[in-house]
Design a binder for this molecule. Structure first.
Ligand code: KG4
Length: 328
């Protein structure tokens, strides 16, 4: 089956075309304009999606040599995300489905990330524990099968990526700052400045807002006149260590408690090499860690196409709340 996936939930416009679990094309446009504002501006994001979606669709068709009449199924992200941004991709997909007379499947963005590990190599086996770490979400899941998902824990406040972006702002970096903090941290010492790892009452929950405040206070107290480059690297290293410790500790705990072998690390922050390394080192010896390549860690249409295909094949979309998107 040839499946078109459309993603416009935040600041990536993306069109993916897959055949079963094989990616034919995955065009991603990251809206750089938000870096001028220090974060995503919803109104600007919606307009940028509107400007980009049709050219991106044409590029995808041209690069893949697929024609519209080859498409068997159309899937689009219906939530969670920025409402104005979601409407662009959703309506584009729904309109296309009407005109081509092919089924339309609304997809939950989180499901797209959770199943993104099936799009490469041999793919993962069920059951698996998934750590989803992005700019909007930080959660742990137990995945028994397609659309048999149990959420084990969640962030109580900020997402990990959001913490990276906010601390990046304190260090004078542009949005999104995650990859830049990782680079700075490589040049720094993570033992010079230490920051707290939050305790939460929920066994698998996370909390990052206290950590962010702690970095803010530390900078205000110790660097009132500005931070020199080497201290910036050391702060980045100490901060990154605290985030990684929280993520790894809870994930390893879940893997042991549920006695599963397979683990998926997904979402934008999953590209972080230190996080991947630490998780690999601390997981039980017989574990298998699956991390998608960077273009599948970030928001993309191929993962939406795959999650939509599985939703269609299992009839999940017929009973899912997401078939009535944008609830009040
Ligand atoms: O999944 P994603 O592309 O978008 C959503 O938030 O849904 O994730 C973007 C987030 C941003 O917060 C960005 O700073 C973070 O992922 N990120 C990273 C790295 N690359 C991207 N955080 C830490 N280390 C990285 N290498």
């Amino acid at each position: 089956m040839i499946v078109l996936g459309i993603e416009t939930s935040c600041d990536e416009t993306s069109i993916g075309i897959i055949e079963d679990n094989k990616i034919i094309v995955n065009e991603i446009f990251s809206q750089k304009i938000h870096s001028e504002y220090g974060g995503v501006v919803p109104e600007i994001a919606s307009r940028a999606h509107l400007q980009k979606i049709l050219p991106l669709m044409n590029d995808a068709l041209m690069k893949s040599s697929i024609s519209l009449k080859d498409i068997d199924l159309i899937c689009a992200t219906a939530g969670p995300g920025l409402i104005g941004a979601l409407i662009v991709g959703y309506c584009f997909g729904a309109g296309l489905s009407l005109s081509l007379d092919v089924p339309f499947v609304p997809v939950n963005h989180i499901d797209g990330h959770l199943y993104s590990v099936f799009l490469e190599n041999e793919g993962i086996e069920f059951p698996y524990v998934a750590l989803l770490v992005s700019g909007g979400n930080t959660s742990l899941f137990m995945i028994e099968d397609f659309y048999k998902i149990k959420q084990l824990g969640n962030t109580l406040d900020d997402a990990a990526g959001e913490a990276f972006d906010k601390v990046g702002k304190l260090l004078g970096l542009k949005y999104p700052a995650g990859a830049e903090i990782e680079k700075l941290a490589q040049a720094g010492k993570d033992s010079l400045f230490s920051f707290p790892v939050a305790e939460t009452s929920g066994k698998y929950d996370f909390s990052f807002s206290g950590l962010k405040t702690s970095v803010l206070r530390f900078i205000q107290k110790n660097f009132p006149d500005g931070i020199d480059e080497s201290s910036k690297s050391n702060i980045a290293a100490g901060f990154q260590k605290a985030v990684i410790e929280a993520l790894v500790r809870k994930t390893v705990q879940a893997v042991k408690d549920y006695n599963v072998r397979n683990v998926a690390l997904v979402g934008g922050v999953a590209s972080n090499k230190s996080l991947q390394k630490m998780l690999r080192e601390r997981l039980p010896e017989n574990s298998r860690l699956f991390v998608p390549s960077p273009s599948l860690c970030t928001d993309n249409g191929a993962m939406i196409a795959f999650a939509g295909l599985k939703s269609y094949q299992t009839n999940f979309y017929l009973e899912s709340k997401i078939t009535q998107p944008f609830p009040n």
